[in-house]
Design a binder for this molecule. Structure first.
Ligand code: BTN
Length: 333
């Protein structure tokens, strides 16, 4: 009921909503409304109540709050269940355990803090408490395991669109799936799966967004940023999560239907940071790549499989994610 109260009050904006109209809309007693309003206040919501006028939402807590995230979900959202933790080792690790135990598609696990956040290629992922968006969605796509990497690309577009809708800034994508703002990373995605030769048991897609992070350790300062640092103000993390879940569901259904990114290629390419720019393709480790392991070309965009098309010496090359790393000529993007 709290999610519905929040939705109604939010949609009323500056206007008061009478207790009676809340009862009628929600189909509950006045006492139930009163009790839930009290619980929302305890959770940190500032709700003004004036006799003969009703209730008005003034502000919400900085902390993530499950019912608020739910209040942003559309009726037909893929996200049917939100599991929230104050602290967990890693939302990806937890989702894998849940999926092994049969948890259904559409379960979203969100944490305020991760003690063992994981990044790609075995790296760690800094997951400070109370400022980031650390979340993982459980999926059970009926597609070939070979097509699972495409889910990571559509996740990147969905995160980008959610940020644009809520914060009014347009992040770019660094192929295949980092999101960047002002040339620095704001979001990373880690997709993991359990599969047989031709069958996907489950996929977990983990998303880390630097939301209200105020500062980064020195070694990350050149390559990482946050929405707070780029916008100069705090963002509503709950709204971004809800918005993401809705958009993600739409893109994911399209991907499953066509088994390719055909309907999303244009959108992806419009967000691609390196589009029509010079890039370096590293066939070995970036750190100590030998000259013969580096190619230079112009990135033209992805195709419907998610491969990056790079023009090298007048010839179009298809670069598959996971095989190589691509960097801009002048740095990370
Ligand atoms: C990357 O290396 O760019 C991917 C980072 C992914 C981090 C997210 S945070 C939520 C989820 N849980 C994890 O342990 N990792 C992912």
């Amino acid at each position: 009921m709290k999610k519905q109260i929040l939705k109604v009050l939010r949609e009323a904006g500056q206007d008061f909503v009478s207790g009676q109209s809340l009862c009628t809309t929600l189909g509950v007693s006045r006492q139930a409304v009163w009790k839930n309003i009290g619980q929302l206040k305890e959770a940190g919501y500032e709700i003004e109540s004036v006799s003969n006028k009703g209730y008005r939402l003034l502000s919400g807590p900085k902390e993530l709050y499950g019912p608020e995230i739910e209040s942003y979900l559309s009726e037909d959202s893929i996200c049917k269940k939100i599991v929230f933790f104050e602290e967990i080792d890693s939302t990806n690790t937890y989702c894998k355990q849940m999926a092994e135990q049969g948890e259904a598609e559409g379960c979203l696990v969100v944490a305020e803090k991760q003690t063992n956040g994981r990044g790609r290629r075995g790296r760690g992922w800094d997951s400070e408490s109370g400022v980031g968006i650390w979340m993982t969605m459980i999926l059970r796509p009926q597609i070939s395991p070979l097509k699972v990497p495409g889910i990571t690309l559509l996740t990147a577009i969905a995160v980008g669109k959610a940020i644009e809708d809520v914060c009014g800034v347009k992040p770019q994508i660094k192929w295949p799936n980092d999101l960047v703002l002002g040339g620095k990373k704001i979001c990373g995605i880690l997709t993991e799966m359990s599969s047989e030769m031709n069958y996907v048991n489950y996929v977990v897609t983990g998303i880390g967004i630097n939301g209200n992070t105020k500062s980064f350790p020195e070694e990350l300062q050149d390559s990482a940023t946050s929405l707070f640092l780029e916008l100069g103000q705090e963002v509503n993390r709950g709204e971004i999560i809800g918005r993401f879940a809705n958009i993600f569901g739409d893109y994911y259904q399209e991907y499953i239907k066509y088994e390719n990114l055909s309907t999303l290629v244009e959108l992806y390419n419009s967000m691609l940071a390196s589009k029509d720019k010079e890039v370096l393709i590293y066939h070995g480790m970036i750190e100590d790549a030998k000259p013969e392991e580096i190619e230079q070309g112009i990135a033209r965009g992805i195709d419907e499989s998610g491969a990056l098309l790079v023009e090298v010496d007048g010839q179009m090359k298809r670069i598959m994610s996971g095989e190589v790393s691509v960097r801009g000529v002048y740095g990370y993007v």
